[in-house]
Write a protein that binds this ligand. Structure first.
Ligand code: ATP
Length: 300
């Protein structure tokens, strides 16, 4: 069975749907409200588990985290390395989604900020080639230690540098596949953000990132892959009715890790990730709209 370790955040997602996103100073009435489990770590773990991988999550929740553990356990995620932070609440993400599927998100990190280097299991990559998937919703020193340790142990290291913040060169050098969106790519390169596949290709072709490959997600435009020594390849997304893009990037990363853990090459893995993420935007919520393997396999 493909094996993945995800090091990252767990949040309570409080999702409000509105007609239009409120402007500064404005109060608007919600059309609906749901509470679910989120956080980039938990989301990416669930996305990969739904596609059939054995997934272990390394994270912290608060003393209020029992209902969240139950949800993640029901998804088949191994929670042995999910610790409880006795003095912090579980992280909270307040998400507002408008009728066009655009969103704004405010996060209170809570227990995620307490996850420390000492909390990382000694073995992150237990089997050679095991995929270790890390994001930026935990402390930079935890990300750095996870990436370096996983690399040392022969794992395939996938870093989703979201939200954007600087990454040390020695950490980037240990990353096999970097998965930023356009904003995160521009932030890492210190350039102005660009839009569209053509501008993204230009940015990526001229980029000096000391990591292995880069897979840039482009929203409705799909993704762009850049492997060392090869031209960038654009993978368009299928045209879908997007109702909520929350969790699209997480579905992408989880599906990419699942495919890599099965031994797929990067272009094939990224193509599967594009299909999985594009399916996920057709439903409301982050985890609730993540596809299962059977749904993905029936797509043309
Ligand atoms: P988020 O922060 O909303 O989770 P992100 O910025 O990390 O998203 P995006 O680049 O917006 O990531 O989207 C990730 C993937 O989701 C894309 O590569 C694409 O496959 C899919 N996707 C997103 N929006 C759409 C859309 N409108 N139509 C089809 N696919 C989409």
């Amino acid at each position: 069975m493909p094996s993945i370790t995800v090091v990252g955040s767990v949040n309570r997602d409080l999702v409000l749907t509105v007609e239009d996103l409120p402007r500064p100073g404005e109060t608007v009435l919600a059309r609906g409200f749901v509470e679910g489990v989120g956080g980039k770590g938990a989301n990416q773990a669930v996305a990969a588990a739904r596609l059939g991988s054995r997934v272990r999550l390394v994270a912290r929740v608060g003393a209020d985290g029992e209902p969240i553990r139950r949800v993640l356990a029901a998804e088949g995620v191994d929670l042995d390395a999910v610790l409880t932070a006795p003095d912090a609440g579980t992280g909270i993400a307040s998400v507002v989604v408008d009728r066009a599927g655009e969103n704004t998100i405010v996060v209170n990190p809570g227990a995620n900020a307490v996850l420390s280097v000492e909390d990382l299991p000694q073995w992150l990559a237990r089997t050679p080639g095991e995929v270790v998937l890390v994001q930026h919703e935990v402390a930079a020193e935890v990300v750095a230690a996870a990436v370096l340790r996983a690399r040392e142990q022969g794992g395939t290291v996938v870093l989703n540098p979201a939200p954007a913040r600087p990454v040390a060169a020695e950490v980037l050098a240990a990353v096999d596949v970097l998965v930023p969106n356009l904003g995160e790519l521009a932030a890492l390169l210190g350039t102005a953000p660009v839009t569209g596949p053509a501008a993204a290709r230009e940015l990526l072709e001229g980029a000096e990132l000391p990591c292995g490959a880069v897979v840039v997600t482009l929203g409705a435009d799909g993704a762009l892959i850049k492997q060392p020594g090869r031209p960038a390849v654009h993978l368009p997304a299928p045209a879908v009715d997007a109702v909520d893009t929350v969790g699209a990037g997480d579905t992408f990363c989880g599906a990419l890790a699942d495919a890599l853990a099965r031994g797929a090459d990067l272009p094939a893995a990224a193509a599967r990730a594009v299909r999985a993420a594009s399916l996920a935007v057709t439903g409301l919520g982050a985890q609730s709209s993540m596809p299962y393997a059977a749904q993905l396999d029936t797509l043309p």
